[in-house]
Design a protein. Structure first.
Length: 306
């Protein structure tokens, strides 16, 4: 991990928060696969569109390790601070999850800020999950074995989706949360400890959230900060994977604690010595490959595949 950070420093690329959103998206996309594991070849990879509540057609990509019907289904929501990231930047990760978990994965291109500020991403994620629950059979999926997951901002969206699913009476097998953001004001100790030189910096977090939630009062909405949700009883079981050297690690632990206090089963893994974004560095970071396996095992257990 230290070697990766040193190479990033030597490259002297401008930090994302010094760029426009369009420039930052392009820069993130250009480097997205550099440290990834090889791209898995799957039996099915198909692009589709999912309708949002306002009629917008949300791009999505379906991954399946084999043909045939009845596969359990994971809705995956990519990271990127609600401002960058896409289906393409998380293509390799979604292929790995589909391959290792033997399940269908649908990756969603929810709309990004600042063009589409809060709560658009949250609404898009929920609209996609509700649509998949209603149309899984048409895709070859099993609507009775449905999960939601994501990393970073996508983990936030997945956690919110799990609460909305509980409220709607939609049963989920699992919420798969990879270093999710859960707090309103980024004021935990780890935000201070890991504020500099470790991939995700304090300035970048402020830049992301300034685009997505420009009104500070809106950050008290639990759809942005699920730690503020009044009640978590009855939400789906959780697998939570955190990076030790990450500004978000404390709020991830706090969310795991809050879920457990509400009687929710939680499997928490903290990967030592790694930073935010490590899950996409499997070519050089063994902990990333371990996390792929652990997340896939959690999905397989939740889907009754082992």
């Amino acid at each position: 991990m230290r070697g990766v950070l040193e190479r990033m420093h030597r490259a002297r690329r401008p930090p994302l928060h010094s760029l426009s959103p369009e420039q930052a998206r392009a820069a993130y996309a250009a480097g997205a696969d550099v440290l990834e594991v090889p791209r898995a070849v799957l039996a099915r990879v198909e692009d589709l569109h999912i309708p949002a509540r306002d009629g917008h057609a949300l791009p999505a990509r379906l991954y399946a390790p084999r043909t045939g019907a009845g596969l359990p289904l994971l809705l995956y929501l990519h990271g990127g601070g609600f401002t960058i990231g896409s289906i393409a930047t998380h293509d390799v990760l979604c292929r790995e999850l589909a391959r290792l978990a033997d399940c269908m994965v649908v990756s969603l291109d929810y709309r990004l800020a600042p063009e589409h500020p809060f709560p658009t991403a949250s609404n898009d994620a929920w609209d996609a999950l509700a649509w998949l629950a209603a149309h899984a059979d048409r895709l070859g999926g099993d609507r009775t074995r449905l999960a939601v997951g994501g990393d970073s901002a996508g983990g936030t969206l997945a956690a919110v989706n799990a609460i909305l699913a509980r409220d709607a009476g939609l049963g989920l097998a699992l919420q798969l949360l990879i270093y999710p953001g859960t707090t309103a004001h980024q004021d935990t100790a780890s935000h201070q400890t890991f504020a500099r030189d470790l991939v995700l910096e304090a300035e970048a977090i402020a830049w992301f959230f300034g685009h997505y939630v420009p009104a500070r009062a809106e950050r008290e909405d639990w759809r942005f900060a699920p730690l503020l949700a009044p009640d978590l009883e009855g939400v789906a079981p959780a697998w939570i994977g955190l990076a030790e050297c990450d500004p978000l690690v404390d709020e991830g632990i706090e969310y795991a604690d809050k879920l457990r206090a509400a009687g929710v089963a939680v499997d928490l893994e903290i990967y030592r010595g790694v930073t935010h974004e490590f899950i996409k560095m499997g070519r050089v970071i063994p902990e990333a490959r371990q996390a792929h396996q652990h997340a896939a095992s959690a999905l397989r257990r939740a889907f009754d595949l082992e």
